[in-house]
Design a protein around this ligand. Sequence first.
Ligand code: PLP
Length: 374
Amino acid sequence: MLPYGRQSIDERDIEGVLGVLRGEWLTTGPAVGAFEEELAAWTGGVPCVSVTSGTAALHTAYAAAGVGPGDEVVTSPITFVATAATAAMLGARVVFADVEEDTANLDPAAVEAVVGPRTRAVTAVDYAGHPAEYDVLRKIASSVEAVVVGDAAHSVGSRYHDRPVGALADLTTFSFFPTKTITTAEGGAVATADVELLRRARRFRNHGLVRDPQELRDPDEGGWHQEVHAFGLNYRLPDVLCALGVSQLRRLGAFRERRARLVERYNKALQGLAGLRLPTRRPHADPAWHLYSVGVLGGRRREAYERMRAAGIGVQVNYLPAYWHPVFADMGYRRGMCPVAEEFYARQLSLPLFPDLTDSEQDRVVEALHAILG
Ligand SMILES: *Cc1c(COP(=O)(O)O)cnc(C)c1O
């Protein structure tokens, strides 16, 4: 089965990992800082904290922002459930706002209608790699003193008004799962330019431990002494995986180009196919495409999904509206809440898109889709 997304691992990646395995550190060692610095080269210099997954990154970002009981987090339903689940697990109430019809990104007008004094964070998702409308979202969020979190699991390497993802939100989270644009197997990161949020994120990923003598409550306890002032977790991304991240980041430019080329080929080959809606791009956005997301019209999405799968093409659906998950339904969230998102979901299909997808494999996808919808 041709997958919808998968990693690209070459000899340099393997050498990078082997180098760490032959060395002294398996976990917190020099590759961690190296990876965080190389990642910051893609965020316009905004400092990055590596963590063990995109989910851990969201959890860390919300914890750093002080999200807790009594707070509301406004987000998009067109996302992987972790965007909302991590806020809910910190005790916040998740408020879903509808998405824009073209990009399936959080609609600023829908956000404006639901923010208020309880809003602690507004979390945008750069669906398929296309950046959300950060400038507008930041204005709305700051009017209620909330932070903007960018779930950039899809969009490392994307740009918006000539600024990189990572420099657009107060806190940006990345995922390095194998289907994403670069991989560390499991992994993620939080980027933030705010020194206080950065300090809190760094602490949260390491049990909340404080070591700086200036900040210890009991500085005279002894040389071994360290303290916890606020609870944290162990979300440290090991050196072995950071080494893979370093070599993957060196390939990100090439990945971006190959993905752009494949998107262009899909656009050409599929334009004019009736019953299919192709992805769009806003003029000020320069996406590093993660998904090639199409809309299958005429109520034929399920048929297209099943027939493509039967043809050995692992298409995917991204995503079930988050509040359709029974865990939200059980809390009283009702279908129909975000009609644009639900309509988007009803048509959505992701075609295979990854750097090692060959032209002829892509042609096979196109032919299969023509055979079904043509
Ligand atoms: C993949 C993904 C996540 C979760 O990342 P993991 O690394 O799998 O934990 C969160 N949000 C979005 C939009 C994602 O695509």
